[in-house]
Every structure is written in C-alpha cells, then in structure tokens.
Design a protein around this ligand. Structure first.
Ligand code: HEM
Length: 194
C-alpha cells in the first residue's frame, strides 16, 4: 500500500474514538467530565505507541512488524496531541472561565497545560516540509515529547485516585528504554575489551 494512503487510513482509524466521544457528547449520552478520562488516557496511550518503535528497532533490529509500525509513528504522535486537545475541549466545556483560571495554579492542572503545550510543538512540525526546513533542529524539537510524557504522567498521578493505571501505561516504554540502555552498555563494554 502506498505510504500516503496508509497514512490516511491510519489517521481515519485513529480519529474514530474521538468522533464517538464527540457524538456521545452531542447526543447527551455523556457529560464532558465523563469524557475527560477516556480522552486523556488515549492521548497517553498514543504517545507511548509513537515512542516505542524507535528504541525497539535499536533493541531487536527491524522485522516485518516494526517495519509496519515505524511509518505510522507520526500519525500516532499527531493523534496523541489531537486527543490532548479534545481532552482540553471537554475540560473547557465542563468548566466556567473563572473556574479554569482558579485551577491554573494547581499542580495537577498546570502539569496538563504544560504537557499539552510541549506536545503541540512536535505535532505542529510533523509535516514533510517542516522536516526539510528545520533539518537537525527537527529532531531536537521532536524530543520535546519526552518532557511532555513526563508531565502528562505527573498530571495523571496528581489527579488520579490510584497510581497503578498511569504506571502500567508507561511500563512498556520504561522496560524498552532500560533494555536498550543495557544493550548500549554491553556494546560499549565489548568495544573496550576488543
Ligand atoms: C490542557 C491542559 C489539561 C487540562 C486542563 C486537563 C485536565 C484534566 C482533568 C480535570 C482531569 C481529571 C478527570 C477526572 O476527574 O476524571 C484530567 C485527567 C487526565 N488527563 Fe488531563 N488535562 C490536560 C492535559 C492533558 C494532557 C496533555 C494529557 C495527556 C497527554 C492528559 C491526560 C490525562 C489523563 C491520562 C487523565 C486521567 C484519566 C483517568 O482518570 O483515568 N491531560 N485531566
């Protein structure tokens, strides 16, 4: 399948849960506050899915599965920021302007705002022209997803009743990073003894 067509299909598929959430809201089947948890969780899930294939390739090399996963990383990242924005929209609909301002200083809330602000940078430069334009700086700016994920995690931990769901979501990434660090260390050691 052509890359552009695959990208379009993946983007459409990733938009379906969001469309269903908006549908539920418009049909009065859900309150905005009911949609905060699913939209926020999906944003984190998509961030993790966008960040996993890079270190996995370094760890195990490429295979058919990873070859299919790598090209849709950008779609996953853009969808993550889309769900972050949708999550914010549900919050804004649920609150009054005065309520939004009064909550800005709460650690559980400003971490969410900051996570979203950081996430918007890589999402807004995810098109091909920006990649060419920014050259090496593109990769540096993409790295903002790391502090964004950390802040989203802090936001979740500070607002959540239990830390388990948040930690379960990031566990695969932490495991893969740890395994990659161990592999790099082994390679370095091998290089020194050779
Ligand atoms: C734009 C600023 C943001 C605001 C104002 C905000 C606000 C909130 C609020 C009020 C809740 C509590 C929902 C509840 O009581 O069930 C919440 C939960 C959550 N938010 Fe945000 N959020 C923001 C950004 C983000 C971003 C960028 C992410 C992820 C990338 C995110 C992920 C989550 C998650 C995972 C939860 C927990 C859901 C659960 O309880 O299962 N939020 N957010």
């Amino acid at each position: 399948m052509k890359r552009a067509r695959l990208s379009l299909l993946v983007s459409l598929a990733l938009a379906i849960p969001g469309l269903l959430m908006v549908w539920d809201l418009l049909a009065n089947a859900a309150w905005p506050m009911d949609l905060l948890a699913p939209s926020g969780e999906l944003a984190v899930r998509l961030m993790v899915l966008a960040m996993l294939p890079g270190p996995l390739v370094e760890l195990v090399g490429t295979n058919r599965f990873l070859k299919g996963w790598l090209p849709i990383r950008r779609n996953l990242g853009v969808a993550a920021s889309g769900y972050g924005l949708l999550h914010l929209a549900f919050y804004v609909i649920d609150m009054t302007p005065a309520g939004i301002v009064s909550e800005l200083g709460l650690p559980g809330i400003w971490t969410g705002w900051l996570a979203l602000a950081l996430l918007m940078v890589p999402a807004s430069i995810s098109f091909n022209t920006a990649v060419r334009w920014l050259g090496r700086r593109w990769k540096t700016l993409q790295r903002l997803v790391y502090p964004a994920l950390l802040l989203a995690l802090a936001h979740w931990l500070l607002l959540g009743w239990s830390s388990t769901p948040a930690l379960v979501h990031v566990a695969p990434l932490v495991l893969v990073w740890a395994a990659r660090a161990w592999k790099r260390h082994r390679i370095r050691k091998g290089a020194f003894t050779a």
